[in-house]
Design a protein around this ligand. Structure first.
Ligand SMILES: NC(=O)c1ccc[n+]([C@@H]2O[C@H](COP(=O)([O-])OP(=O)(O)OC[C@H]3O[C@@H](n4cnc5c(N)ncnc54)[C@H](OP(=O)(O)O)[C@@H]3O)[C@@H](O)[C@H]2O)c1
Length: 333
């Protein structure tokens, strides 16, 4: 704030000053010399947002907008309902559009920053609704620039600092992301990355430290979007299945009927071990439920996705045997 000469701030969220830590934040910002006003307003409610913006005095016109509102409701795609989709799209799609539309005539507005997520760029297990919401942010930035307005959409990777949206991630999630080469954004690094992103003349920027070596170690084909960074010859995932190659159906076909169930269980446990970060599938108890093993919807769908680059065990949602191999997705936020 001091570096950018920001002296007046209008902060809005649905809870406003009732949000946990709001008082401390105001005190901290005031201590840094800012004049802070907090207004409770739902950004997706156009009238409420307009009323919040009306608080801004004419003598100190709006010079910058930073949209950070977001809500998560992760779940497998086929478990999504219109309500679950709406809940996640609302703060981003409606909120960002309202901000854009209500401020587009502001003559002094030189910064319009949208907090997006790498989930929109590379996908994220269980995050189809959230990915869509963030792609809208990136597209809105493009739209604004195409119309001569300022805009930068910053697609963040996971922040190191726990927040309202990421508090439920556990160690398994974090390890899975680290294995996939996506390092968290450090508390010190975040502001510097934001500054760098805003200096680029780009509508949409991804802000995520990457561990390219870890990405190269990943089995399977790298994500297309990362292809230029992760140059490695495609290595199909080596699997000691005890059968020859071919599709899962072909492998099962050459087995005696009484051996097929054991084969499938072995394959499934190997996938589960990989998704949970165990090097030894023998540590997985086949009698335990997915939930007891530590799965939620995100690893389940990661398991399903991971499996499509190889013959397919019955893990997570079903997919067609004609589905082409897809790259593996890390979890994201
Ligand atoms: N944390 C991460 O690792 C991470 C990674 C990538 C991207 N991001 C993005 O960064 C932004 C901030 O994330 P965060 O982790 O700081 O989340 P957070 O702590 O949950 O903050 C999100 C804020 O959005 C507000 N909000 C939600 N719906 C709103 C609405 N309709 N109108 C106005 N305010 C609304 C919430 O306050 P109320 O409940 O009071 O409304 C809350 O203060 C999000 O856009 C997120 O997608 C975060």
């Amino acid at each position: 704030m001091a570096e950018h000469g920001i002296k007046r701030l209008l902060l809005t969220s649905r809870r406003g000053l009732k949000a946990e830590g709001a008082d401390q934040l105001v005190a901290e910002l005031s201590g840094l010399g800012a004049e802070v006003t907090v207004v409770a307003a739902d950004a997706a409610d156009r009238a409420a947002l307009r009323a919040a913006l009306d608080v801004i005095p004419d003598e100190h016109p709006l010079t910058g907008v930073v949209h950070t509102a977001g809500v998560l409701d992760d779940g497998l795609f086929n478990a999504l309902t219109p309500e679950r989709l709406e809940a996640v799209l609302r703060p981003k799609v409606d909120g960002a559009w309202n901000l854009h539309d209500l401020t587009r005539d502001q003559q002094h507005l030189t910064a319009f920053v949208l907090f997006s997520s790498i989930a929109g760029t590379i996908g994220g297990p269980g995050q189809s609704n959230y990915a869509a919401a963030n792609v809208f942010m990136d597209a809105l930035a493009q739209h604004r620039r195409a119309n001569g307005l300022s805009a930068t959409s910053v697609a963040w990777g996971l922040w190191e600092q726990i927040s309202g949206m990421t508090g439920q991630l556990d160690e398994t999630d974090l390890k899975r992301m680290a294995r996939a080469g996506f390092k968290p954004v450090g508390i010190q690094d975040g502001p510097a990355m934001l500054d760098s992103a805003l200096q680029l003349d780009r509508a949409a920027v991804v802000a995520n430290p990457l561990d390219i070596a870890a990405m190269r170690r990943q089995p399977g084909k790298p994500l297309t979007v990362l292809g230029a960074l992760v140059r490695t010859p495609f290595r199909g995932k080596a699997r000691n299945t005890g059968t020859g190659g071919g599709t899962l159906a072909e492998q099962l076909a050459v087995l005696a009927p009484e051996d097929r169930l054991a084969f499938l269980v072995r394959r499934l446990l190997a996938e589960v071990a990989e998704v949970l970060g165990h090097t030894d599938a023998g540590r997985i108890d086949a009698e335990q439920s997915f939930t007891a093993l530590g799965f939620d919807s995100s690893p389940r769908s990661s398991c399903a996705t991971a499996s499509t680059s190889s013959p397919q065990p019955s893990c997570g949602p079903r997919w067609s045997s004609t589905t082409p191999p897809r790259p593996r997705w890390p979890i994201s936020c």
